[in-house]
Each structure stands twice: as structure tokens, then as C-alpha cells.
Design a protein around this ligand. Sequence first.
Ligand code: SF4
Ligand code: SF4
Length: 539
Amino acid sequence: MANKPKPDELLSNINYKPPRTQWTDTPVEFKKGYYCYAGRPNNLEYISLPHGRKWSSTDDDWQLVDNWKEIFLEGMENLLKKFRSFRLFMDICVRCGACADKCHFFIGTGDPKNMPVLRAELLRSIYRRYFTISGKLGKIAGARDLTEDVFKELWYYSYQCTECRRCSVFCPYGIDTAEITMMARELINLLGCCTDWISGPLANCYRTGNHLGLQPHTIKSNFEYMVDDLEEFTGVRVEPTFNRKGAELLFVTPSADFFAEPGMFTCMGYLLLFHKLGLDYTWSTYASEGGNFGLFTSNEMMKRINSKIYAEAKRLGVKWILGGECGHMWRVLHQYMDTMNGPADFLEEPVSPITGTKFENAKSTKMVHITEFTADLIKNGKLKFDKSRNDHIIPTFHDSCNTSRGMGLFEEPRYVINSVCNQFHEMPENTIREQTFCCGSGSGLNAGEIEELRLLGGLPRANAVKYVKEKNGVNMLSCICAIDRAVLPPLVDYWVGDVDVCGVHELVGNALIMEEGEKREIDLRGEPLPGMEEKEEED
Ligand code: SF4
Ligand code: SF4
């Protein structure tokens, strides 16, 4: 962000005073730093989204097709028929306001239209107008005509929701505003208005299997760098295999784990762990992305993107699938994969080849989360750690929205961290586990052009980090999500300072004893381990 305001300046701009006009009479203002760039026509064409064109979200004329209203309303009718939850969420809100102050974007911006109840109302008012009898009464019944301005407003706020589901935890009716945003985005896509930061990675994924557009030879050479670094830091030479038919397991993780720091350090942790176990597994250069931007686009897109994981497992003839540290990959896998792309009857029910544990929870999807796998190894005494190698790290743990609210994975990461670190401090109770605060950049919002919005959306998360930094000296924010690993470093740097971000398996890799009596003087970041040289000499 050019001329980035100082944190104090940004804080002082937050204004919770509502406008004097009714929300329906308050026109949307497209604020710089708060709206995404429009998707490019070639990318939209590549992923078969209709009506791609050159346009900009700040244009007066969005060049919508002549019958855009008809397309939108027909699409809405289809979604209402297809998803009972959508109709229910359109009907049952009693406007109690319990969700109002629970959204990080409302807390960070003070914009009333970022209150979940009002965000949903943007679409609900259209629903009332065209799909209910009382809606014929118009404004008095909370109904609005679908005009271009109403559509623009819906677009603007649909990309100011990270689909994190925090609001749903507090709603007495369980209304999931994330799902309402998903429906709104699906309708937006019918008119060729997908954003650049979502449609670009999706097009890459169609082309190469991953959002970054990495081709097989690039993936392999990135691994060669990591393997060399690992050998230099640990003295251990690992030998990952790719696209190997007949391997027992397929391992799938976000592409950022083998492309960018700090994800690469997490990846080094996986590599060391699997080598130590002698695991019969393979990476795939085709199913080379766990993340699924289809989740932010449409149900059909999500299904298509996800299908490559089962397709690759079938092609390679593996027994089951192990999945890495990723956020929305796990929301898709846990909530939708089985019915969307399954049943995966060609796979076996997952059993750990090391401990013999049956992962009952993955009986149907045939896919196990890496922290469940590692926690089971630790519980069964299969791994030895030198926790003191992590003594320079005082971690806390950020529950990623998707793994916490999306799948209830609370204990395993904490159990693993506590097994490999001597110190650990939780952030305040109302900011973790089910009530965790979003990083502010999920669901396709990690776009550079909306950095100011993202910094404000991430403020509640950063604030909790600041609290444990000041109270407990925390210097590491650990997490199990690739988007978090990408967006939390600049967020924490801006609001907190001197706190790093890591994946849980980086901490595992640091502490893991590969051979009895081995010396480790450097951590997985290539940094000297404080005091370790002296300690090894004393030993
Ligand atoms: S908490 Fe639920 S019922 Fe209450 S206003 Fe929010 S969405 Fe509506
Ligand atoms: S899903 Fe998250 S981002 Fe969206 S309205 Fe609810 S709390 Fe806000």
C-alpha cells in the first residue's frame, strides 16, 4: 500500500457512529483500499465463467449484460431451490443483533454494513422483494428493487467478508452469514464480476493443478533446494518421491508450503518427519494444491477443483490420503468432499502404518489431517523430541477459522506444540478455538489492493497477539493454515512487531530427534540455535 498510514492513524479513523440516514438510503462509497480488482476476461474464460470483459469496480458503467437482472433473479431462484439452508437463512433472521459486533471487519472498520446482520440484509432485501408475498409492499417490508446500485453494493460487501463463520457461533438461530456470502458471490459470478485475486489462481489451478501455476519441473526443483537446505541444517538427506504409483499414501498440502517462506519451513518439518518414519508416501505434481479457491466462487467450481485429489489418489493406487496444514482445504474436505466427490470406495479406511491406529473420523473421506497423524504418533511413543531446540521460541496458537469452526480441530495442534516446545501461551479465551478471530484475508481477500481493509479486518487477531506478547513474551504465532502463514507476518509486523509466524510442523522438525546423539546447531530457518553449541559440547 503506497503511503501506508501509521497504525495510530488507521486506528483513529475507525468510526462507530452510524450514518444519519437509514441503511437503505445510504449509498455505497467505493473506498480505495477496500475494493478488489475485477477479474481479467482471459482468466474468466479459462474457468468458464460467463460475461468476462474489461471493466473496473470504480467505473460508473459496469457493462452488465442487458438481461443481467433476469440472470441474477433466475440464479437466485435456482439456489433457493437447491440449498434449503439458503432459503432458511433468508427467512429466519429476527434482527436480534447478537452477531452485530462479532465480525472482525465491523470491529476494524466501524462500517454498519459490515455487521453480519446487515451484510446478509443486502441480499435478503432482494429475496423479500422478488420471492415473498409481503415483499410486494416494498420498503416497509424490508424489500428493495434490484438496481445496479444495489448490485454494486452487494458486490462491494461480499468481498469484505472472509466467510469465517465467527458470527454464526453467536447467532441463536445458527444463521451462517458465510453461506449467504457464498450464495451472493455465486450470483455475482453469473454476471462476470469475479475478482482478479480469485479468478487468477483458479485459472492457474485449472492449468497446472495449483494456484501458483507451478509446473512439475518447478515443483521438483523447489524441493531440491529444500532438501539441500535440510541436509545443511540437520545433516539428514531426505528423498521425497513424486507421482509414484503404488505408494501407500498420497500427501497433499497447499502449494505455498513448497514455494514460499514461512510455509517452506513447515514443509521441511513434514519431510523430516516422514523420513524418520520411513513412510511409504508420495507427493503429486498434479494434486499439487490442497487449497480450493472454488470455495470462494461456486459450488460447482469447488467440486471440480477438489476432484483432482481423489482422481490422483486413484491414478497412483494409494491406500489413503494424508493432508497438510491448510485452512480452506480442510473446510472443503471435512464439510463437502465426501458427498461432493465421493464416495471414495477405491481407497481404504485410513490406518496409521506406524501405530496401527484406525482414524475413524476419516472412515468416509479417507483423508487424515497431519496434526491428527502426528498427535497419534506422539501419543503412542513413536517419536522422540529435544524440546530445548525450541527454547528460543515462545509460541501461541492461532486457530484458523476453517480448521476450528469448519472442522472442530482444537486439541491436536495444541497437543503437538506442547510435545515439542517447553513454553506455550494461549491468547484470550474469546479469541481462540471456536471463537477465533480471522486473519482478515481469507476467502480470496489476500489481494494487495485491499491491504488497508485487511489490516483493519486483522486488527482483533493482532490485538490478541499483542496481549500475549506483552504479558507472556510470546514471539511466535503458530498456525496450521497456508493463508495464515502468508498474511499473518505483515499483519503482526504492522500492529505488533517482533513476533514471527510458523507452521506447527516447523516446530516438530526443529525438535525431532532423527538419530540418537545427533548434533543440531541450526533450526529449520538456518538460524543458529541459541546455546545449543555449548549444550552439545557439554553433552
Ligand atoms: S444473531 Fe442471527 S438472528 Fe440475530 S441478527 Fe444476527 S443473524 Fe439475525
Ligand atoms: S462470516 Fe466472518 S467475515 Fe463474514 S460476516 Fe460473519 S464474521 Fe464477518
